[in-house]
Design a protein around this ligand. Structure first.
Ligand SMILES: Cc1cc2nc3c(=O)[nH]c(=O)nc-3n(C[C@H](O)[C@H](O)[C@H](O)COP(=O)(O)OP(=O)(O)OC[C@H]3O[C@@H](n4cnc5c(N)ncnc54)[C@H](O)[C@@H]3O)c2cc1C
Ligand SMILES: NC(=O)c1ccc[n+]([C@@H]2O[C@H](COP(=O)([O-])OP(=O)(O)OC[C@H]3O[C@@H](n4cnc5c(N)ncnc54)[C@H](OP(=O)(O)O)[C@@H]3O)[C@@H](O)[C@H]2O)c1
Ligand SMILES: Cc1cc2nc3c(=O)[nH]c(=O)nc-3n(C[C@H](O)[C@H](O)[C@H](O)COP(=O)(O)O)c2cc1C
Length: 538
């Protein structure tokens, strides 16, 4: 036997696409080597990029598949690898490498994480086996093309049948679910409109799990489309061909394919070049990142069109504006309790702007739909946000506001499975009387002892705000005991403020349990590595 080179297949994946491809590639390499080069001893590993970081030295060939999230970020199981690579702490020189980047062309920073990995590996002396391949949402054909180039470079023939994927729905090809039910979860007079929606998906073949989210492709309101047409001085029947391939009368593109709220950076950059406008050039200067974010948050497409009126062809501007992206919603029921249904818990975003009330594109659209309407959806799996495999394990769930959604699904699932583990929920909202989401469900689970503990933080029912993290600290000793007993801890909801505050509170819980600050940090890191501290935050 001769030794074949050692191959490491690494993935960074949030919703499982890159991981699925990495596992398929690993199996394919095993099979192909065994068939075609049986005299060689094999060493092929498949790991998340973060786990691979410690193993890089042992590999001769690095085959990496990474998606992109957020604003051009790498998924959470690749962040450590990327920062180590940036800091030049990984020995990649003289290794051979190939990178497949997964992304979505509707985003300004298309495939950014894969591009960063490829560039850094090449800059640090890794040899390119095949150039970078970039795949859009329908990534299967690109993956197969990548394999067709990659396998011969490894001395392997390309099998006749590559990966044949079963039909899956995507943002480009969604399934049309039917809205069968909706009701307000907050009272009619509450200062916040949170709703429960039920979509029927019979016959779709969508198999979801508790913890998954659903992507919804919204439709822009007629009023906002007309506002943009007026600002652009267009009738609506003018033909437009967009950079993302969509074409047709501009009114149709504006209602289905163009983002009307947030002005996209690519479009603003183009606008700065063609108009030479000083205010735009100042805004796009690298030192003005915060001002640009603020502008994108507060201005909308109609306003930009009005500001450059007469200076550019509005159709060219609209051809470059960001595409209308799907909005994601955590599923709030388990398929075991509600087969053929998707349950959503949606806060209708509403804010005032220049005296007018503006509603969120997707949340406002959903709230306006009559029963029986079709809603374009596709599954967004969250393989990193799952109940423990062992039903006897305890779970602690922290989900204020709409963050409660996946925990309703978890509780349905644990009820159906008659799981023996204890369930502890921390929920928070503004007022008990008007904002207690899913009160009846929670009380029923409490009565039936499915919900072992329920701690409620109604922030505005007293002079001082009370938040979920305050309750965590109040019950620090018990939280610590549950964690020491092997509990899994989940956080869902607001990313910017709540999730960071809860993380700080958890550290404090551990310190009160007798740990030093450094040990508390290591403890939480270990929980994350053991998939016992999981977050779904937005
Ligand atoms: C994985 C995941 C799961 C999610 N789960 C849920 C869930 O279960 N329930 C839920 O309700 N949401 C959830 N979300 C959030 C959801 O996807 C949408 O972001 C949310 O519904 C808003 O979308 P929209 O289209 O209604 O608003 P948009 O039209 O996208 O409006 C948002 C934009 O409005 C502007 N804006 C907002 N507030 C103001 C203001 N005060 N002043 C000026 N401008 C403002 C900003 O430009 C902002 O970017 C989740 C997100 C992710 C990523
Ligand atoms: N980034 C922002 O400024 C901002 C603000 C609001 C909502 N959002 C987004 O709006 C969507 C819907 O929000 P939501 O309805 O789910 O609920 P939410 O606005 O997050 O509110 C739910 C509960 O959490 C409380 N809360 C506020 N700050 C908190 C903190 N730092 N730690 C813990 N709890 C805190 C709120 O109290 P009080 O309201 O009394 O403070 C309320 O009782 C989400 O996408 C969320 O991310 C963002
Ligand atoms: C919230 C969110 C943000 C995303 N951001 C980007 C992005 O900035 N750039 C991009 O090219 N793709 C982006 N995507 C698309 C994903 O990269 C794409 O769906 C990919 O196939 C997901 O692969 P995964 O399941 O392995 O994570 C985003 C998807 C989601 C759900």
């Amino acid at each position: 036997m001769t030794a074949a080179p050692s191959i490491a297949v690494g993935y960074a994946s949030e919703s499982g696409n890159a991981e699925t491809l990495a596992r398929h590639l690993t199996q394919l390499l095993h099979d192909q080597f065994q068939q075609q080069l049986p005299s060689q001893t094999l060493s092929i590993t498949c790991l998340s990029l973060d786990d691979l970081a410690a193993q890089v030295a042992h590999a001769d060939i690095l085959l990496l598949i990474s998606s992109t999230y957020g604003a051009g970020d790498i998924p959470s199981n690749g962040g450590h690898f990327l920062s180590e690579l940036k800091a030049k702490r990984l020995q990649v020189q003289e290794k051979q490498m190939a990178v497949l980047a997964l992304g979505d062309r509707a985003y300004d920073s298309f495939c950014q994480a894969g591009r960063d990995l490829y560039r850094l590996l090449a800059e640090q002396g890794a040899h390119v086996l095949v150039p970078l391949f970039e795949a859009d949402t329908s990534f299967q054909p690109t993956y197969n093309q990548w394999l067709s180039r990659l396998l011969p470079r490894l001395g392997l023939a390309v099998p006749e049948k590559l990966l044949a994927f079963s039909k899956t729905y995507s943002a480009r090809e969604p399934f049309l679910a039917t809205l069968t039910h909706q009701h307000r979860l907050t009272s009619a007079t509450a200062d916040k409109d949170v709703r429960h929606y039920v979509l029927n998906i019979s016959g779709a073949g969508i198999h979801y799990q508790a913890g998954d989210s659903i992507g919804v492709m919204p439709v822009n309101s007629r009023q906002r489309v007309e506002e943009v047409l007026a600002a652009a001085g267009l009738q609506g029947n003018e033909y437009c061909r967009r950079a993302d391939g969509h074409d047709g009368p501009i009114a149709e593109l504006l209602s289905r394919y163009i983002e009307l709220t947030t002005p996209g950076q690519t479009m603003l950059q183009w606008l700065a070049e063609v108009t030479g406008a000083e205010w735009l050039q100042a805004l796009l200067h690298p030192s003005q990142v915060q001002a640009l974010c603020q502008f994108q948050f507060t201005a909308d497409l109609a306003e930009v069109l009005r500001r450059v009126s007469g200076q550019v062809d509005p159709l060219q501007l609209l051809a470059r504006q960001s595409g209308l992206l799907p909005r994601y919603y955590s599923l709030s029921a388990s398929p075991l309790s509600h087969p053929d249904e998707l349950h959503l818990t949606v806060a209708t975003l509403s804010y005032s702007k220049q005296g007018a009330t503006v509603q969120g594109t997707a949340s406002g659209w959903l709230a306006s739909l009559p029963l029986g309407s079709k809603v374009p959806v596709f599954l967004q799996p969250s393989p990193l946000f799952r109940l423990p495999e062992d039903p006897e394990r305890d779970v602690i769930m922290i989900g204020p506001g709409t963050g409660i959604a996946p925990f309703r699904a978890f509780l349905h699932e644990r009820e159906q499975l008659q799981a023996g583990g204890r369930n502890w929920l921390f929920f928070g909202e503004r007022h008990r009387a008007s904002h207690y989401l899913y009160q009846a469900d929670l009380l029923r689970w409490q009565l039936r002892k499915e919900l072992t503990r329920l701690d409620l933080a109604f922030s505005r029912d007293q002079a001082e705000s009370v938040y979920v993290q305050h309750l965590l600290l109040q019950h620090a000793a018990e939280v610590f005991a549950w964690l020491e007993n092997g509990a899994c801890l989940y956080v869902c909801g607001d990313k910017t403020r709540m999730a960071a505050d809860v993380d700080r509170a958890l550290r404090q819980v551990l310190v009160e349990g007798g740990m030093s600050v450094a040990d508390a940090g290591r403890y939480l890191l270990r929980l994350r590595m053991e998939k016992r501290y999981l977050r779904d935050v937005y």
